[in-house]
Design a protein around this ligand. Structure first.
Ligand code: SF4
Ligand code: SF4
Length: 268
């Protein structure tokens, strides 16, 4: 293994460790990731802590794509941990893919409606319904958290890898929207870049992809922006020929395709 491969493997380990640590912190952070508390708060004239967490997810998309799903989200961490244990490939079911967008639009509707309908701007209460600052502070809440973890484990256990991210998570569309806005505005950001000439079509990137994307095809077409990509870096880490890299920067026009000039890229 050369030094570049070692560096990428180390970064991948860091991504997995941070993601799993985020899941282990769920007893503390459960309420701060709760879409229910956002909606309940807004209907009671309150902006709960979760409102700002998900706003941060939306804004992070401008510069970091869906990396928050890959690193910060505790439910992403749950799936990272399950995948380390099961190593089950993700089953692709095309007609399930619109589900998260439909759920996401319903959630967004419930968030936007009280904001628009209320005559008064809501009060900011970061610890709304979290009096002790820690989300799980009694047995009833521990049972509630266990039920959520069990429910969100069903999709990855049955369908493999990050099936909850791909098919169910309504909040992931905030990250997707942020990413799209960042790309439309041409902001510099974390992204993948490909060099088709270096690709030997081994298929390792496609097999490794956390979201079961057809990465080899994306590399061949040099179109690495994909709404489902969580920028985990698995593909770059397994590509021995350096055909795909993750870096921070802008995309530049190259022929009819949009990609980043490889001379500008710094592998991150
Ligand atoms: S791992 Fe690298 S060389 Fe292999 S198919 Fe993917 S991009 Fe091409
Ligand atoms: S394309 Fe690469 S960075 Fe994106 S989800 Fe798949 S493995 Fe991760």
């Amino acid at each position: 293994m050369n030094s570049t491969s070692k560096r990428r493997a180390r970064r991948l380990n860091i991504q997995k460790t941070v993601s799993i640590a985020s899941f282990l912190l769920l007893p503390v952070t459960l309420n701060y990731f709760s879409p229910y508390l956002i909606i309940d708060g807004l209907f009671h004239g309150v902006m709960a802590g979760a409102f700002f967490v998900w706003l941060a997810f939306l804004l992070s998309g401008l510069f970091a794509g869906r990396a928050a799903c890959g690193y910060i989200c505790p439910y992403g961490g749950l799936q990272t941990a399950l995948n380390e244990w099961r190593k089950k490939p993700l089953r692709l079911i095309t007609h399930l893919k619109p589900v998260r967008y439909v759920l996401g639009l319903i959630w967004l509707g419930f968030i936007v409606y009280p904001l628009v309908a209320s005559a008064k701007w809501p009060k900011v209460q970061p610890f709304y319904l979290t009096e002790n600052y820690i989300s799980v502070d009694n047995w009833a809440k521990a049972v509630f958290m266990a039920v959520i973890v069990l429910l969100l484990s069903i999709a990855p256990l049955l369908l493999g890898k990050r099936a909850t991210c791909l098919y169910i998570c309504p909040m992931s569309i905030l990250n997707t929207i942020g990413t799209r806005i960042g790309r439309i505005l041409g902001l510099p950001g974390l992204r993948l870049s490909a060099d088709a000439a270096k690709c030997v079509s081994c298929g390792s990137c496609t097999r490794a992809c956390s979201m079961s994307l057809k990465v080899t095809e994306m590399v061949k077409n040099e179109t690495m922006d994909h709404p489902d990509c969580i920028l985990c870096g698995e593909c770059a880490s397994v590509c021995r020929s350096g055909a795909v890299v993750r870096h921070f920067g802008r995309a530049v026009a190259c022929g009819t395709k949009k990609r980043t000039s490889r001379s500008e890229t710094k592998d991150v």
